[in-house]
Write a protein that binds this ligand. Structure first.
Ligand code: RNT
Ligand code: ZN
Length: 446
């Protein structure tokens, strides 16, 4: 169960996992550089571009979306679910920051950390309800982010709360419920804007609500009209866009909201475009065979901003750890081909409690960065030229050849330049951390 738990496997793991040294990496990189050069791609420039790429690392992978509120019973609402019980979950802000810092130390580049309102830290643990939180409850996060030299993003939390038990929040017909969540959302925008101001880098504030119905609704329209009005009320306060970037996230269905989700894709696309609010596309929030890659250029035709939640649905919106798969690769390729890395915000959104949580973060973050680097190394101009000439055979052949270019040599070089373990070597760091920190949290001392 634990990494290194099985004796024989562990021996093999220890003997083979050490990867190439610096010289090997340089030699391989020099060869790769030549190969990419022959396709008209400058690998040095790609390494430079990678320095500006930021992925927002979600804090909620570290504690299975539990948060720090006292007296609230675990994750509930909207069908989001973390399964598994791997030992060593972070139980408070200090532990969570310690774990995220460890994960970040195994991911090349400077990134952001994505918070949720339930990660507020109140004085003496005195409970502050969702409509009572303010920026002071995030002072430790801000101070930490300053120290680490990273930005923060934010999310109001519309689930795991008694006021969400009816299945409705911002689209509720109960004015008491609806106004409670409007107050919460307003507080969160205030907090996010202040975070962005203090850190000197915009804070993306993303609204996702669980509202929907298990079975066939008799009236789909009225809830959507209410949601529209609630959002208009929430966004009526204008903040400086260099402090806060507002976004709204749709969903197809959830467990318990199979028949109807108020905040559907069409609803939020209409809302975002008519109100100039950013749209968030989550890879798990569409039909399981539907890719969000093709949606990117359509949205960029009408807006200069887009938030992506990178997740991996297995048969349903299961929020498995993101991998370097066709979906993530084609997303990165679409952003590259549209030359839009300055317009598209990449954020991770998965929660797996069945494996080491640091491992989960690192796999997902490295996978997204690999996909982005792979896309940046694509000879896009060359391929586009063949398309323009109408030579679709060449276009297809080039796309296929690109798959086996020596990408990994450039990736290893990038890790090396950032003083981050390349290959699978980072698993050793996680193993040590598990023994020295995570297991001690549950009283296991080796
Ligand atoms: C839920 C949405 C949402 C959440 C986070 C925790 O289906 O994807 O983004 O995962 O807010
Ligand atoms: Zn999401």
């Amino acid at each position: 169960m634990l990494s290194g738990g099985i004796g024989k496997m562990d021996d093999l793991f220890n003997s083979v996992i050490l990867s190439a040294d610096g010289n090997d990496i340089d030699n391989a990189y020099n060869y790769a550089k030549k190969v990419y050069e022959s396709y008209g791609v400058n690998a040095e420039e790609v390494l430079k571009k990678m320095e500006d790429i930021k992925v927002s690392i979600h804090c909620w992978q570290g504690d299975d979306v539990t948060g720090f509120e006292k007296g609230v019973e675990g994750l509930s609402g909207g069908g989001i679910m973390a399964t598994g019980n791997y030992p060593g979950r972070a139980r408070n802000g200090d532990e969570l920051r310690q774990d995220i810092k460890k994960a970040l130390s195994l991911v090349p580049g400077k990134h952001k950390v994505n918070l949720h309102a339930i990660y507020a830290e109140t004085e003496n643990n005195i409970y502050a309800d969702r409509d009572e939180i303010d920026v002071s409850h995030f002072a430790k996060w801000i101070e930490w982010a300053k120290k680490e030299g990273i930005g923060l993003d934010f999310n109001p939390t519309f689930f795991s709360h008694k006021m969400a038990d009816s299945g409705f929040t911002l689209s509720s017909k109960d004015n008491n419920v609806r106004s409670f969540w409007i107050r919460h959302a307003k507080k969160c925008r205030e907090i996010a804007s202040e975070i962005g101001r203090q850190l000197g880098t915009p804070c993306v504030n993303n609204i996702w609500i669980p509202d929907g119905m298990k079975d066939l609704p008799a009236d789909r329209l009225s809830y959507r009209l209410i949601l529209r009005d609630s959002l208009d009320d929430i966004f009526s306060e204008k903040y400086n866009e260099s402090y806060i970037k507002d976004s709204v996230e749709s969903k197809l269905f959830g467990i318990g909201s199979e028949s109807y989700v108020v905040g559907s894709h069409e609803f939020y696309m209409g809302y975002a475009l008519s109100r100039n609010v950013m749209l968030c596309l989550d890879t798990g929030h569409f039909h399981p065979t539907e890719s969000i890659a093709d949606k990117i250029s359509s949205l960029l035709t009408f807006q200069n901003k887009l938030l992506l939640h990178i997740s991996r649905g297995v048969r349903w919106d299961s929020d498995h750890v993101a991998l370097l798969n066709d979906e993530v690769l084609s997303i990165a390729q679409e952003v590259k081909r549209a030359d839009s890395f300055d317009k598209v915000y990449f954020a991770l959104d998965f929660f797996d409690a069945s494996i080491n949580r640091i491992t989960a973060w690192v796999i997902g973050a490295r996978a997204v960065l690999k996909a982005i680097m792979f896309a940046l190394l694509e000879p896009t101009e060359l391929i586009k030229e063949q398309e323009l000439k109408g030579n679709f055979g060449n276009r297809l052949a080039l796309m296929e050849e690109v798959k086996t270019l020596p990408f990994s040599a450039v990736w290893d070089k990038y890790c090396n330049l950032n003083k981050i373990p390349h290959g699978a070597e980072w698993l050793r760091d996680v193993k040590v951390y598990e023994e020295e920190v995570l297991l001690k949290r549950i009283g296991v001392v080796k």
